[in-house]
Design a protein around this ligand. Sequence first.
Ligand SMILES: [Zn+2]
Length: 164
Amino acid sequence: MDVTDEKIGNIRIVKINNGTVIDHIRAGHALEVLQILGITGKEGSIVTLAMNISSSRIGRKDIVKLEDRFLENPEVARIALVAPEATINIIRDAKVVEKTRVQLPNTLTDIIDCPNPRCITNKEREPIHPKYQVVSRRPIKLKCLYCWTMVDEAEIVQQFTERQ
Ligand SMILES: [Zn+2]
């Protein structure tokens, strides 16, 4: 499949030569992915967004294409929290050179903050990084390994979108 010049239904999606295609995002969650990546559209590079496209694998999906942007591991972990089915395609010279599915690790360090103000990870003088264990994947539930506060998807999305 030539993902650089994809035609889905009547939509032709702009091709990118170098960058990242994030495919199979749960329908309606593409904007959260952009927020996680801090992409506002003012960076000057091409960003293509398609939402609610038919997918044989997950029903309906969103796609994000980012010219000249590659993802760091913490960004992929955050994307896995809001789009657990997502696939990451790395494009170089208009060809897919790498295709991986996002993977949520069993523990997450420095990915989200603990919502418990009394948690030791929120004490300014303590050099302790927030660390979470993934206790459920569907729906997403995380447990702070220091105070056992549970965090659900709504809290995660709120943190990711407030960061902007
Ligand atoms: Zn905590």
